[in-house]
Design a protein around this ligand. Structure first.
Ligand code: AMP
Length: 456
């Protein structure tokens, strides 16, 4: 199957040929004809499925071939995204795909001065990529009008809700014309998101290119059990010992990111961090340098890295497991893109076992455990089951325990026998909510999805 069977017009086909896009991805096969036929769409698609081209190409074609020229301060299509980085990247893709078309495009997001964005909107914009907060600001300043809006795209809608944009989305959809085409893309679907999708779309076509909530099947996933205090040391050891090339390393906090960068720098490895404390130009520069191969390790907090489009990234390392299990899927979605092989390694300490169990339950599989010689944890990582349970070791007489654990050299299988767990260690580390199935409860006792993630 080629792109010219999908109804795309000549200018776009030429651009796709110049980009060497030969075959549409499964998502594009379904989304492009449906969007060209002006259907609303609800698509379950993670990054790496070609979803940006899947909506951008037909939208660009519709804007070129239908509708009046854009008026001052008006927008003809709107792509809402959760983060500034994603806004830049989606805008870059839109510009690339529409390079030969007579359309004006713009990205607007917070964290930078609003005035140049207000100026740029004056002539009107055919494709506006925006984060919800900044777009509302611009609307309140009368810098943007929606009366000409034909298409609304919500990209990474689950993430927008996770980041607390629900009320902004309500406010925005209330001021958009009812007569419009709505396209919603999300890696995962919750009940809340389903409600939003039904509310804002009309008779949508539903597309799911991956099993909902399943991790990219091309990514090899494993974990290394380790004591929390030795995580940095283990990362540096693996970087050297496994001769890792470029690595995208995730941590949960800004402070954690800075400390890790210092430790990596001390070994002479080129490293930078992107997180919420860094200014936008600094974050984009770090990303560009990483893409250009000028730095080996990019340390990122989950929010800052959202939507990073890095081709052929072979390895993602979770120094910390994400608190929200869906974030695991987003993080490992940075590798194994568009069918390429990728690897995701998580360094997991015993206190993270509720998060681990929740992730495994979400993706429907256990992460392969590989102990690293001389890094076997004192606080053993409890065994988890695929339905989100955390197994504790039954109490045994001291002698028997010693007999079953003479050394920590053998790699722990994914379904390690319970005898490998030190009950004492586990209880010492056990968070209050850990005795219930971890898929629905994490350390705080609140459902994982309602907990506020740490500052990123
Ligand atoms: P996305 O899922 O939109 O983040 O896209 C993932 C990557 O796949 C991007 O680097 C795109 O440039 C690339 N891509 C998208 N569609 C195709 C295609 N049909 N053929 C080759 N590469 C593609």
């Amino acid at each position: 199957m080629t792109f010219d069977t999908l109804g795309l017009f000549e200018p776009l086909l030429r651009t796709l040929a110049s980009l060497n896009y030969r075959t549409p991805t499964p998502l594009q096969l379904q989304s492009i004809p449906a969007i060209l036929h002006r259907r609303d769409l609800i698509a379950t698609a993670q990054t790496g499925t070609g979803k940006t081209a899947g909506f951008a190409l037909p939208v660009l074609q519709l804007l070129t071939t239908a509708g009046a020229p854009v008026r001052a301060n008006s927008v003809r299509s709107l792509i809402l995204v959760p983060t500034r980085e994603l806004a830049e990247q989606v805008h870059q893709s839109v510009k690339t795909y529409g390079q030969t078309l007579p359309l004006r495009t713009l990205a607007v997001y917070g964290g930078v001065s609003i005035n140049p964005q207000m100026m740029a909107l004056r002539k009107g914009v055919d494709v506006l990529v925006a984060t919800p907060g900044r777009l509302l600001d611009l609307h309140r300043h009368n810098a943007v009008r929606f009366s000409q809006l034909q298409v609304l795209v919500l990209d990474e809608a689950d993430r927008m809700l996770d980041l607390g944009f629900a009320s902004e989305l309500d406010e925005l959809t209330a001021v958009l014309p009812k007569q419009r085409q709505t396209l919603l893309f999300s890696a995962t679907f919750s009940e809340r998101l389903e409600q939003l999708a039904v509310q804002i779309s009309r008779d949508p076509l539903r597309i799911a290119v991956n099993t909902p909530n399943a991790a990219a099947s091309t990514v090899q996933q494993s974990l290394v059990p380790v004591d929390r205090k030795r995580k940095t040391e283990l990362f540096l050891h693996l970087l050297r010992d496994r001769q890792w090339g470029q690595v995208l390393a995730f941590v949960n906090t800004r402070k954690g990111a800075d400390l890790l960068v210092q430790a990596i720098q001390a070994t002479g490895t080129r490293v930078e961090a992107i997180h919420g404390d860094k200014r936008q130009p600094t974050r984009l520069r770090a990303l560009e340098r990483f893409k250009a191969g000028e730095i080996q390790v990019l340390v990122a907090t989950g929010v800052a890295a959202r939507g990073l489009d890095i081709d052929d990234l072979p390895l993602v390392v979770n120094i910390d497991l994400p608190v929200v299990p869906e974030d695991y899927i987003h993080r490992i979605g940075r590798t194994g893109r568009a069918g390429a092989a990728g690897e995701a390694v998580s360094l997991v300490s015993a206190d993270e076992v509720p998060h681990l169990a929740a992730i495994e339950s979400l993706i429907g599989e256990l992460l392969t455990r590989r102990e690293e010689a001389s890094f076997e944890p004192d606080h053993r990582l409890p065994v988890t089951t695929v339905d989100g349970q955390i197994k504790k070791k039954p109490k045994k007489p001291k002698k028997a325990r010693q007999a079953t654990q003479p050394a920590h050299t053998a790699p722990a299988p994914a379904t390690a026998p319970n005898s490998r767990i030190h009950l004492g260690d586990w209880l010492e580390d056990e968070p209050s909510g850990a005795r219930t199935p971890a898929a629905s409860r994490s350390g705080s006792g609140k459902p994982a999805s309602t907990r506020r993630p740490p500052r990123q």
